[in-house]
Design a protein around this ligand. Structure first.
Ligand code: NDP
Length: 328
């Protein structure tokens, strides 16, 4: 089979399209023929070494496809359409999937949509349902509003009744964010001083109060501005580092910002049990099925072009979800 391997830590150029032996049936696991692969920021952190990995590293964390061999795994059968989150080595034509991380998806759902959902939609779900379940009383800020998580999170928070403001870096991204339900999409790329200009802008649109919560996946370049944009006792949800890791924070800053809260959640702690994973996934699949939740596939690439997908994601050239399609 063909697969993508990061030969060493580095930029997208370390990704090689290689031929490897097919994985075989393994007791207790699902052998899956891959139909579509979701590209995630975590794949770039593991490729670059921002998250320590062993090299050569088999890249990828989610996808969708057909079960070829279900062995003795209860609840799954050959031919089932499945998607999985947190599955290593997913940039490949065949994968061996831990059934605890696998979800059956309806046969009428496209494989691209099924591959786009696991990590980004489960993340948007836990952020908006568990971390800060915003209500109609809240005004919140979502950074990178036209990104994969950003578009889904905006929709889910809006469904909760919250007023959602977003940041974006182009007019085209602003249009997508507004379409997803944002009340306003702010061009943060136009600020000369992010740390002062963004809070000023947000105070202007919230009657000088600030926002009740900030969902910050951008990290290094937005963190100070996010903290300064909160209303007293607001919550900063730092959940990513698209611009780089945030340096150590002095807890006194939370007092000075108005007795605010800071949390740094991760998906794995919110789908740690099978029942929680299935609960979140069923709500998402229902919402996609009834049209309440729109999934935007921003671009698809052949699996062999994974490096270009990483360049587009890290270069801020993407919207919604990027998906790889194996050649078979
Ligand atoms: P996105 O589609 O959101 O892509 C990243 C976006 O971040 C870009 O499009 C860009 O939007 C914005 N951005 C701002 N500054 C930079 C910069 N310097 N370099 C690159 N991008 C920048 O990616 P995902 O939806 O896949 O992931 C979003 C974030 O969520 C990531 O940080 C990821 O690590 C995190 N995440 C966290 C999880 C968790 O459980 N904690 C789980 C899943 C994802 P714009 O051009 O509009 O500025």
């Amino acid at each position: 089979m063909h697969a993508i391997v990061a030969r060493e830590a580095g930029g997208p150029e370390v990704l090689d399209y290689v031929t490897l032996p097919d994985p075989g049936p393994t007791p207790g696991r699902l052998l899956v023929r891959v139909a579509a692969i979701g590209v995630n920021y975590i794949d770039t952190y593991r490729r670059s070494g921002a998250y320590p990995s062993m090299y050569p590293h088999l890249v990828g964390s989610e996808g969708s496809g057909w079960v070829v061999d279900a062995g003795d795994v209860p609840g799954f059968a050959p031919g089932d359409h499945v998607a999985w989150a947190d599955g290593p080595a997913s940039y490949a034509e065949m994968v061996s999937v831990d059934p605890a991380r696998a979800l059956r998806v309806p046969p009428d759902m496209s494989f691209e949509t099924a591959a786009a959902l696991p990590i980004q939609s489960l993340t948007a779900h836990y952020l908006s349902r568990s971390t800060y379940p915003a209500t109609a009383a809240d005004t919140v800020l979502v950074h990178a509003g036209a990104g994969g998580v950003g578009l889904l999170l905006t929709q889910m928070l809006t469904l909760n009744g919250a007023r959602v403001l977003t940041t974006v870096s182009s007019d085209a991204k602003a249009a997508l964010s507004l379409e997803a339900g944002a009340d306003a999409a702010i061009r943060y790329d136009e600020f000369t001083n992010m740390a002062t200009d963004l809070p000023k802008k947000l105070r202007a649109v919230t009657g000088d109060k600030g926002v009740d919560a900030v969902f910050d996946s951008v990290g290094k370049v937005t963190f100070d501005a996010s903290l300064a944009s909160l209303a007293p006792r607001g919550m900063l949800v730092l959940f990513g580092a698209s611009s780089g890791m945030v340096p150590a924070v002095d807890p006194q800053r939370l007092k000075n910002a108005g007795s605010v809260f800071l949390t740094r959640p991760q998906l794995s702690d919110h789908v740690a049990t099978r029942s929680e994973l299935v609960w979140r996934a069923q709500e998402i699949l229902r919402a996609v099925n009834d049209g309440t939740l729109q999934v935007r596939i921003g671009a698809t690439y052949p699996l062999s072009d994974a490096a270009q997908a990483h360049r587009d994601l890290e270069g801020r050239n993407s919207t919604g979800k990027l998906v790889l399609i194996p050649d078979h």
